[in-house]
Design a protein around this ligand. Structure first.
Ligand SMILES: *[C@@H]1O[C@H](CO)[C@@H](O)[C@H](O)[C@H]1NC(C)=O
Ligand SMILES: *[C@@H]1O[C@H](CO)[C@@H](O)[C@H](O)[C@H]1NC(C)=O
Ligand SMILES: *[C@@H]1O[C@H](CO)[C@@H](O)[C@H](O)[C@H]1NC(C)=O
Ligand SMILES: [Ca+2]
Length: 518
């Protein structure tokens, strides 16, 4: 159908939506699910709007679509005719975009279109089963109160300038489009859609500039944010309290973040440096409630094995191992230094060896371990439950234990050229002990390992690590009397603690030491 812009829009809308059943209303009460406020660039605040969506499911058997009686199934025609009948809209309103099929279903995706212009934030999806019946239908189609002219009054060139200034970046030459955006007040805006990047900050936005007013009215942030509810790396044990951290990764060490190897992205605790799981290595999906939001509120009154506590534990272990990866990376444990990464980004060393973290591993109790095969094979971390308390406690929630295990991997890889063969004798094995990350300031306090899991302030070693010889009398000369790897490790750890204290006394403490090795 071809009409002049204003005429067609109002007539089509009036007719098409007169009896619409599922076109989304603009409800102010749906604030949290429909709007995203972002502060960007030079003080600009943009409230992006995503119309409410409806979802209907029709059981595994599904329901017919209007073209079901035809011999040939055409996913495009079936989708368009189903949406047309379900929403009681004209076929021209439904712009088929794409589809894909897997073993059990075929999924089709469409955009709403008004007068030939797509509505960027009004979409729908239909799933068909193998018998070509409709099993589910989701829609955020809108019924706008008014439609502006489809001829821009602001030129594309001006829109690009606006976007570049507002977002502090450069237009990246990706072909711009002209699209409608449904606004919260029920109106539509015609927009120039351009991509803006800033190579320094890594920012990458899709910017919707109103083609009549020149205002930036909507943003898509292509840089995925990840949030984790964890015990931050400068805290040692759980009573110090969880915090929600957003994007804690260091781009200098993990250029594609913690959930991508450059080719495959995930929304679970799996990425280029580590994968954390309970059960099998593929069993990471249930923890991912929405996107990259790993917000699981650990419940200390319940067993560590209830789902939310498993999820909290693998989130924390994943966070700690990735953080230790990023810290050790800037100090030289890089791809060429035989570190643990799946993709080495062409920077040397052997890849495909991210750390596998088995939380609540069923093969042990009251312990944890780390196996370090040669560069090119994954380091294997196993975290066990501790049964000193009721309910039991989870080693994955005590940062010093996770860090301690992880540093076995670092010391075993950084000695002997990545073979994992070097620290095999008793004394050298002990040298793999005793590294930690919880220093907060220049005050070097005595250090206790494992006090949370065994619920004893003295921890699991014979003495706290201390600069005070009356608190910890262990010296290098103690070694000949010791015959167990952890006992020997304690001595080395205490020496390391004293070296650290001496360095801080001489050079001071740096708040940015975890990201800035200078
Ligand atoms: C990118 O961001 C940096 C830091 O905010 C800023 O100094 C620079 O001007 C921006 N680049 C462009 C092209 O706007
Ligand atoms: C997956 O993890 C759950 C706990 O989150 C566990 O009960 C189940 O046995 C695991 N399944 C496999 C196949 O490992
Ligand atoms: C300094 O660090 C010590 C030990 O980590 C801690 O107990 C203390 O609260 C910290 N002080 C400040 C001001 O953060
Ligand atoms: Ca490696």
């Amino acid at each position: 159908m071809k009409f002049s812009a204003n005429f067609s829009a109002s007539v089509i809308l009036a007719v098409l939506f007169a009896t619409a059943v599922s076109a989304a209303p603009f409800l102010g009460s749906l604030k949290h699910s429909t709007t995203q406020v972002r502060s960007v660039g030079s003080g600009l605040v943009v409230e992006s709007f995503h119309p409410e969506s409806t979802l209907e499911t029709f059981g595994v058997g599904g329901i017919d679509h209007p073209l079901s009686t035809r011999d040939e199934f055409d996913v495009k025609e079936a989708t368009v005719s189903f949406i047309q009948s379900r929403l009681n809209v004209h076929p021209d309103t439904v712009a088929f975009r794409t589809s894909f099929a897997n073993d059990v279903a075929q999924h089709a995706f469409v955009k709403q279109q008004i007068d030939g212009v797509p509505v960027a934030n009004a979409v729908a999806n239909v799933a068909f089963n193998k018998d070509n019946k409709v099993v589910s239908f989701g829609s955020s189609f809108v019924n706008p109160a008014s439609v502006p002219s489809t001829t821009p009054t602001i030129s594309l060139q001006d829109a690009i300038l606006k976007a570049e200034n507002a977002l502090s970046g450069k237009f990246n030459e990706h072909p711009p489009t002209l699209e409608f955006v449904a606004k919260k007040d029920g109106t539509l805006a015609l927009t120039h859609v351009v991509q803006i990047q800033n190579d320094t900050t890594g920012a990458w936005f899709e910017v919707f500039v109103d083609a009549h007013s020149g205002e930036v009215i909507q943003l898509t942030d292509f840089v995925a944010k990840a949030s984790y509810r964890v015990l931050p790396i400068t805290k040692e044990t759980l009573p110090e309290g969880f915090e929600v951290l957003t994007d804690p990764q260091n781009p200098a060490a993990s250029p594609d973040g913690w959930h991508s190897d450059g080719t495959t992205s995930t929304t679970v605790t799996a990425g280029n440096n580590a994968i954390a799981f309970k059960g099998s290595q593929t069993n990471t999906t249930s923890e991912s409630s929405s996107g990259l939001n790993f917000i699981f509120v650990q419940d200390p009154s319940q067993a560590p094995t209830v789902q939310v506590n498993i999820d909290a534990a693998r989130t924390n272990a994943f966070y700690v191992v990735n953080t230790v990866h990023d810290i050790s990376y800037v100090y030289g444990f890089t791809e060429a230094g035989f570190n643990f990464q799946n993709n080495n980004f062409g920077k040397g060393g052997a890849g495909n060896d991210r750390v596998t973290i088995s939380v609540q591993d069923s093969n042990g109790i009251d312990n944890a371990d780390f196996a370090t095969p040669p560069d090119g094979q994954s380091g294997r971390m196993r975290m066990f439950l501790w049964d000193f308390t009721n309910p039991e406690r989870d080693g994955a929630l005590e940062n010093d234990i996770v860090t301690h295990e992880n540093t076995h991997g670092i010391t075993n890889r950084m000695t002997g050229g990545g073979t994992g063969r070097c620290l095999q004798t008793l004394e050298s094995g002990g040298m793999g002990e005793g590294w930690w990350t919880e220093h907060k300031n220049a005050t070097v306090v005595d250090y206790v390992l494992g006090q949370y899991v065994i619920n004893d302030p003295a921890g699991i070693r014979s003495h706290p690590y201390s600069t005070d010889a009356t608190v910890n009398p262990l010296r290098y000369s103690s070694l000949p009397t010791l015959n167990e790897v952890h006992d020997i490790g304690e001595v080395w750890a205490n020496m390391l603690h004293n070296v650290y204290a001496a360095l801080v006394a001489d050079h001071g403490f740096s708040d940015t030491a975890h990201t800035d090795p200078t």
